[in-house]
Ligand binder design. Structure first.
Ligand code: PGA
Length: 254
């Protein structure tokens, strides 16, 4: 899976043009689940652009209540039926907007309850990494989500994105080995909790056309959540092609 998180970028017009360019850049590439996550204002018009292209549509955040006096928020029922997925727990939500682990868990459950696939992002800050607490931090963030769940979601309904905070938008990508180590740990943690639970786990943080292939070559990395580069359709297309290539390479080995 390769998902492009546009963050707070593009006007509606620019977003429509970018969505068209992304569809063109990835057309003909098979075997990769591609999604774009534009700002809320763009979702409805972009939904029409994506129709029939195979590129899926996601929201960058969502609230956990269905409706009510929650000024500025967007609820899962507002997205359900035409928007495919939500992203919850992005580090910018956690660190700029002060979102807590339990709120992320509620958003996760609310998305699933309305039939939206959900990507939950987890990751440590550089201080946490330096203190040796990377695994403890991602475990805590995941456990807060699990605490809200009554039963394990089916594997296709959720995706985890491992995004070390120090690698996001900094140009300082985790090395493939660093990313692999934490992604493998996350998979183990999920399996320990949910026996056969095996959602896809993506890596995010300064993924580019130049480093994607080496990240995808790692055995446990199932794709990428791409920020800055997702605003450049052609380069985003190169990342999708690298994912397709890695996938067919895996098939050849099996
Ligand atoms: P970046 O962002 O690719 O610009 O580092 C990744 C993300 O925040 O999902």
């Amino acid at each position: 899976m390769v998902a492009g998180n546009w963050k707070m970028n593009t006007t509606v017009e620019e977003g429509l043009a970018l969505a068209r360019a992304v569809c063109a850049a990835v057309s003909g590439i098979d075997g990769v689940d591609v999604a774009v996550l534009p700002p809320f204002t763009h979702l409805w018009p972009i939904h029409s652009v994506l129709e029939g292209t195979g590129v899926r549509l996601g929201a960058q955040d969502v609230y956990w209540k269905d409706s009510g006096a929650f000024t500025g928020e967007i609820s899962p029922p507002m997205l359900a039926g035409w928007c495919d997925l939500t992203l919850v727990g992005h580090s910018e939500r956690r660190h700029i907007f002060g979102e807590h682990d339990d709120e992320v868990g509620r958003k996760f459950v609310a998305s699933l309850a309305h039939g939206l696939q959900v990507i939950v992002a987890v990751g440590e800050t550089s201080d946490e990494r330096d203190a040796g607490s990377t695994f403890a931090v991602v475990d805590r963030q995941l456990d807060a989500v699990f605490a809200e769940l009554e039963s394990p979601p089916s594997n296709d309904d959720w995706v985890i994105a491992y995004e070390p905070v120090w690698a996001i938008g900094t140009g300082r990508t985790a090395t493939p080995e660093q990313a692999q180590e934490v992604v493998a740990h996350i998979k183990q943690h999920v399996r320990a909790r949910y026996l056969d639970g095996s959602p896809r786990v993506l890596y995010g943080g300064s993924v580019t056309a130049a480093n994607a292939a080496s990240l995808f070559a790692e055995p446990d990395i199932d794709g990428a959540l791409v920020g800055g580069v997702s605003l450049r359709a052609e380069e985003f297309g190169v990342i999708v092609a690298a994912a397709a290539e890695a996938r067919s390479g895996t098939r050849d080995r099996v």
